[in-house]
Design a protein around this ligand. Structure first.
Ligand code: UT7
Length: 325
């Protein structure tokens, strides 16, 4: 049984259609809805997001990200013995997007399942994969965050539709004798279900309730700022580390103000904060692995660096993973 699990490759994928704030403002203006590049940048830090073509699904984006991660790890899909996809916008009600991804990768047999923890999905999925590797249930896991949030946006609601985008990120997590994942800390509090949800469901052949994302932005903002600091501190304590040991902070990419606030509370220099929200928008479960891959490929995050990943989102869910690359 391996003592640890370690990330051996990262990958990501963004659908080609890049939509700037000005593009979106023009589209919304045709519906009589007013927004501006200035408002979106000032309140969120977002400049652009990517939207998938109508026929493209989460598993399509996951497939591209997984391919890149496998290539970076020097692994074949046939060597993977566990697939976990974190998504809140699965291809179908069932089966899981992980099972669909497995088939697209041309393999069969290994366990494949989805994790549904909205924007905390990737840190949840990584924690589950780490536990399965350390107990000997798996040796080489593919852990993916993939979303097509554009499908659940109400483009008549300017308070939410300007915030989100589509994309996927993936890592290969392998059994290792040297530390990779050092500690993690996961939480949920279901009493906050109403502040961030898509309350619709399928019943009797129809969608009942609304199939669009609803968010009380200010309530989410306040909770996020508090729990992100708590989760980071709890994870550091479990690993026997301090703020000073963090080389890079990769929080869920939702709002630059929340991210900078968290870095400040952890007494981290702004340069240690990985930021992709300006180009990706909020891609929910995909945001952390997308940002991680971006930072690895740009040469910022290097082998041996200590990285804090932090997710927060609907549920309400939150959590953190501290790891050595
Ligand atoms: O992924 C899960 C985690 N999600 C998050 O972390 C999101 C957390 N929340 C936020 O990031 C912020 O609360 C938002 C970015 C969603 C909103 O920023 P805010 O500073 O809390 O703005 P607000 O909701 O207080 O709205 C301020 C004003 C309002 O107008 P009035 O009432 O002051 O006249 C809104 O109607 O901005 C207006 N507004 C807009 N104006 C132009 C709201 N959306 C827009 C818009 N364009 N798109």
């Amino acid at each position: 049984m391996a003592s640890y699990s370690r990330i051996t490759g990262t990958g990501s994928y963004l659908p080609p259609r890049r939509v700037t704030n000005d593009d979106l403002a023009r589209e919304l203006a045709q519906r009589g809805i007013e927004t501006s590049d200035q408002w979106i940048i000032e309140r969120t830090g977002i400049r652009a997001r990517h939207f998938a073509a109508p026929e493209v699904t989460s598993s399509d984006l996951a497939f591209e990200a997984a391919r890149h991660a496998l290539e970076a790890a020097g692994r074949q899909a046939s060597e993977v013995d566990l697939i976990i996809v974190a998504t809140s916008t699965p291809d179908m009600v069932f089966p899981s997007s992980a099972a669909i991804l497995q088939n697209k990768l041309g393999v069969a047999g290994c366990p494949a399942f989805d994790v549904q923890a909205v924007c905390s999905g990737f840190v949840y999925a990584l924690t589950v994969a780490d536990a399965m590797i350390r107990t000997g249930t798996a040796n080489c896991a593919l852990v993916v965050g993939a979303e097509v949030f554009s499908r659940i946006l109400d483009f008549n609601d300017r308070t939410t539709c300007v915030l989100f985008g589509d994309g996927a990120g993936a890592v290969v997590l392998e059994a290792s004798e040297t530390p990779g994942i050092l500690a993690s800390d996961l939480h949920a509090d279901g009493k906050h279900v109403g502040i961030l949800c898509v309350p619709g469901h399928v019943s009797g052949g129809q969608v009942t309730g609304t199939p669009f994302l609803h968010m009380d932005g200010q309530a989410v903002f306040k909770l996020a700022v508090r729990v992100l600091e708590e989760a980071a501190r709890a994870t550091l304590a479990k690993a026997g580390k301090t703020d000073a040991d963090i080389d890079w902070l990769i929080p869920h990419q939702a709002n630059i103000r929340i991210m900078e606030g968290t870095a400040k509370k952890l007494k981290l220099d702004r340069e240690k904060l990985i930021v992709t929200v300006h180009e990706h928008g909020n891609t929910s479960a995909a945001s952390i692995p997308l940002a991680l891959d971006d930072a690895v490929r740009s040469g910022k995050v290097k082998k041996g660096d200590t990285v804090m990943l932090e997710g927060v989102g609907g549920g309400f869910t939150w959590g953190a993973v501290l790891l050595d690359m």
